[in-house]
Design a protein around this ligand. Structure first.
Ligand SMILES: O=C(O)c1cc(=O)[nH]c(=O)n1[C@@H]1O[C@H](COP(=O)(O)O)[C@@H](O)[C@H]1O
Length: 265
């Protein structure tokens, strides 16, 4: 089954459009053991409310080798739960290096099911990622319009729209209704969701920015395809640190986001 098909199946079976982000912050814990235990506990406690999960690699890389080992543990736990994994690494480089990144994160032992990728170096540099994703039944999420306020410095002036058109072009030949080439569009841009949805009809949309960055579930209806599929909305701090490091609060937050998203589809 493709990544998009797995995501759709889980979305409908569990009735959830929430992507639980795991971004473990060292300053929230007394030591690494506490960080590890809490991160794994949040995953285990919230997975029933998650269509997928998204570890942001920077938080694991910042912890050195133990952090990378924890990333492996988190991914193994997600695999055991059959929970689709989006590795958020925002990779992008010249083609031959992009091939190495694709080998690192989309094939083989360390791979997630999907990877966020950065198109800044040119559309041709996306191809190694797309090829690896297709070969492994995975997916890429191309940064189209990011959630941060200053994205327009680089992404304004029609750049996001050009990237969206490339996502649609890459998706077009695929037989499946939802492609292996998805797109990141911030949940902080609700007024533009309908246009991006129409521009990329076969792309799964990943919408980060729910909660901590001000994105609101009630503004996101236009991201979804009929039947409430084709998009997932990420909250990281809003779940993992909903109330300090309280796991019960993380569960309540995940349930609340799930319900708020379901109310708009
Ligand atoms: O690709 C991403 O996931 C991403 C893209 C984007 O435009 N904005 C964005 O916030 N993200 C990531 O989504 C997560 C958002 O975290 P919270 O703001 O804590 O929910 C972080 O891991 C970000 O790196």
């Amino acid at each position: 089954m493709t990544f998009a098909a797995r995501l759709t199946e889980r979305t409908l079976r569990l009735n959830t459009r929430l992507c639980v982000g795991l971004d473990p912050r060292a300053d929230a814990y007394a030591d690494f053991a506490a960080l590890r235990a809490h991160t794994l506990a949040v995953l285990d406690a919230t997975h029933a409310y998650a269509a997928c999960m998204k570890p942001q690699l920077a938080f694991f890389e910042a912890l050195g080798l133990p952090g990378l080992q924890l990333l492996e543990e988190v991914c193994a736990a997600a695999r055991a739960l059959d929970l689709p994994i989006i590795l958020d690494a925002k990779r992008g480089d010249i083609g031959s290096t992009a091939e190495a990144y694709a080998r690192a994160w989309l094939s083989g032992g360390h791979a997630g099911d999907a990877l966020t990728v950065n198109p800044f170096l040119g559309f041709g540099t996306l191809l190694p990622f797309v090829t690896a994703a297709r070969a492994n039944g995975g997916a890429v999420f191309v940064l189209v319009k990011t959630s941060n306020p200053d994205q327009a410095d680089v992404q304004g002036g029609g750049v996001s729209e050009r990237v969206a058109d490339e996502v649609a072009r890459l998706s077009a030949p695929e037989a499946e209704a939802l492609s292996s080439v998805g797109a990141v569009v911030g949940a902080t841009h609700p007024q533009e969701l309908a246009a991006f949805r129409a521009r990329m009809p076969k792309a799964v949309l990943l919408l980060p920015g729910l909660g901590a960055q001000g994105g609101r579930a009630e503004d996101l209806a236009a991201a979804f395809l009929p039947g409430g599929v084709g998009a997932v909305v990420n909250a990281s701090r809003g779940v993992q640190y909903a109330a300090g490091v309280d796991v019960d609060a993380a569960v309540e937050a995940a349930r609340g986001f799930r319900d708020a998203l379901n109310a708009v589809v």
